[in-house]
Design a binder for this molecule. Structure first.
Ligand code: DC
Length: 220
């Protein structure tokens, strides 16, 4: 079994790198942000304030989330519906950030993530993978990149999906979201003590993958 945790703020390049590492090693890539986005999406469709813990907690039992892995990567199925890219819209990012600070939401999603990592070889990315979900991971990476680099990447990513956004709005949203994620009481988005801090502003994906595989072999 191989278990790799990749944490870091939004736009730090986690998903690109985690996907490439998973492909190189022939194991699955688990995008845990998609789970918080799914809760955010459902809260949004129900017209609930994502900061209202009691209201959010009350609707959690209505949600049946399944993750499926195949050729196209990870798919999230909510109550039988494949959500596709609906959870990628900028409003959903903010809803996801708000609901992710609620202890009941984190508790709701905890076992699903832990059991995935127990039963499969995984590269898992998120904010608390090295600290909470896989504290005994074979390798923990905390990715960083400058705010501008991250906002620039996120803008390109959204535009490529046909979502019309402005760089300035993406940057402002990202800074607000990072602050929420870092300063929350439960599972704040911080590096585990034994994580390797990895700045990938300037490295190519290929170089980063090689470096991670080398670090993994060193530790295994
Ligand atoms: O990685 P992302 O942008 O898709 O994540 C969406 C939100 O979910 C983000 O604001 C932080 C939160 N999140 C979290 O709290 N813990 C995780 N393991 C993954 C994401």
């Amino acid at each position: 079994m191989i278990r790799i945790a990749i944490d870091g703020p939004s736009g730090s390049g986690k998903s690109t790198l985690a996907k490439a590492v998973a492909r190189e090693l022939g194991i699955i890539y688990v995008d845990t942000g998609a789970l918080y986005r799914t809760v955010g999406y459902y809260v949004f469709t129900r017209g609930i304030d994502p900061r209202d813990e009691l209201a959010v907690k009350a609707i959690l039992p209505e949600m049946h989330i399944k993750l499926q892995y195949g050729e196209g990567g990870q798919r999230v199925i909510l109550n039988g519906e494949d959500l596709g890219d609906k959870i990628r819209l900028p409003e959903m990012s903010m809803y996801a950030s708000f609901v992710s600070s609620l202890p009941s939401v984190r508790a709701f999603l905890l076992e699903m993530q832990k059991s995935l990592a127990r039963e499969n070889s995984v590269v898992m990315d998120g904010r608390d993978i090295g600290t909470v979900i896989i504290p005994d991971a074979d390798l923990k990476i905390f990715l960083t990149a400058s705010n501008e680099t991250r906002a620039h990447r996120r803008t390109l990513e959204l535009k490529a999906k046909g979502i019309d956004v402005k760089y300035e709005d993406v940057l402002a949203d990202m800074i607000e979201r990072d602050n929420n994620d870092k300063n929350r009481d439960v599972a704040p988005a911080i590096a585990a003590e034994d994580a390797i801090i990895f700045d990938n502003s300037t490295k190519s994906v290929e170089d980063s993958v090689c470096e991670i595989v080398r670090l993994l072999n060193e530790r295994k």
